[in-house]
Write a new protein. Structure first.
Length: 337
């Protein structure tokens, strides 16, 4: 009995989970209901906002990983988004027969191949980006910002050389067009796919970072690189793997965003970059859970404002970021806590 008491007394108490950001998410959704008036319209807008938020999360999760685990400010993240989106246009055009097929499994396979190609090309570009631009400026944030912004400009110009400077259509496959009706609530088929994929990415990241040896080693390497290397692990290789993985996620998000917009331009990465930086600042720099909640807040607010006050939707995300930082200057779930 005494030994049990001693063990319990010496145990390290777990920090209580802070649910207030989740309550904020619920408050935003419920607060919009009386303003919208119609329950069916509210449900449609809410599901559309969640889908948009989860696409944004997929894009932002890669940048969150790179900053949270490597302390790298990569303003060139948009290049990987654009590469993923443009590779999707190439693959979907090559698989036009499958994309136009009435069979849903062929449509989904075409999208899956487009996502795989987008991730592979973005990952390869991320490897080159890390070796040439990022590696010489580890630990130097100002230089990271400047050199990665330069890399993004060069990347956009190379994309124009390959795919052209004009809008390239990226239509949805036949089976993902239109909506499903659940009573009076209409849900676009593609948005259901986006919700499922976004939740899968979120669950995979949480498992990888918190339940695997790889996640433990990377987090330990950030805290004490010398100690981890003394155990025989190559931290630099782990960091490269994180950067490549973050780039691949950006490519995946680029494919989904291109399908969501049904068109791609070379500037797509720069346009989305602003949005994803808002999301990771809201969530707490480097926090996967914070990025997830922040992306959902941004997606819901954009859809509600677009319905209630379209002109206000242009700056709603900035207003949300300011309001949250006034409440929590370090974001919803600071990564260092």
């Amino acid at each position: 009995m005494s030994s049990t008491t001693t063990v319990n007394a010496g145990a390290v108490p777990r920090a209580a989970f802070d649910a207030r950001p989740l309550w904020l998410l619920a408050a935003l959704a419920l607060g919009a209901l009386p303003l919208i008036g119609s329950a069916s319209s509210w449900a449609t807008l809410s599901l559309a906002g969640l889908a948009m938020g989860l696409i944004i999360f997929i894009i932002a999760s890669g940048l969150t990983l790179v900053f949270g685990l490597m302390d790298v400010l990569n303003f060139g993240h948009g290049v990987f988004i654009a590469l993923g989106a443009f590779m999707a246009t190439t693959v979907m055009a090559a698989m036009n027969d499958w994309s136009a097929s009435p069979l849903l499994w062929q449509n989904l396979l075409a999208v899956a191949l487009a996502c795989g190609a987008g991730m592979a090309v973005a990952a390869a570009a991320g490897l080159l980006f890390e070796r040439v631009l990022v590696r010489p400026v580890y630990g130097q944030h100002l230089k990271q910002i400047l050199i990665t912004m330069g890399g993004m400009i060069i990347g956009e110009e190379l994309i124009k050389l390959i795919w052209g400077a004009q809008l390239v259509p990226l239509p949805l496959p036949e089976g993902l067009r239109g909506s499903l009706l659940f009573g009076d609530v209409a849900v676009e088929k593609f948005r259901l796919l986006a919700v499922g994929l976004g939740l899968a990415v979120f669950a995979l990241l949480l498992w990888l970072l918190n339940r695997t040896k790889l996640g433990l080693l990377v987090r330990a390497g950030v805290q004490d690189r010398e100690m981890v290397e003394s155990l025989g692990y190559r931290i630099r290789r782990l960091f490269v793997a994180v950067f490549v993985g973050g780039s691949a996620l950006a490519g995946l998000g680029g494919v989904m965003w291109g399908l969501y917009q049904q068109g791609v331009t070379p500037q797509i990465g720069g346009q989305v970059n602003t949005l994803i930086f808002i999301v990771i600042i809201i969530g707490g720099l480097g926090s996967t859970l914070g990025c997830f909640v922040g992306a959902l807040l941004v997606g819901l607010l954009a859809n509600y404002c677009g319905f209630l006050a379209p002109k206000a939707a242009l700056f709603s995300n900035i207003a949300l970021m300011v309001a949250i930082l006034l409440w929590r200057p370090e974001g919803l779930y600071p990564a260092n806590k």
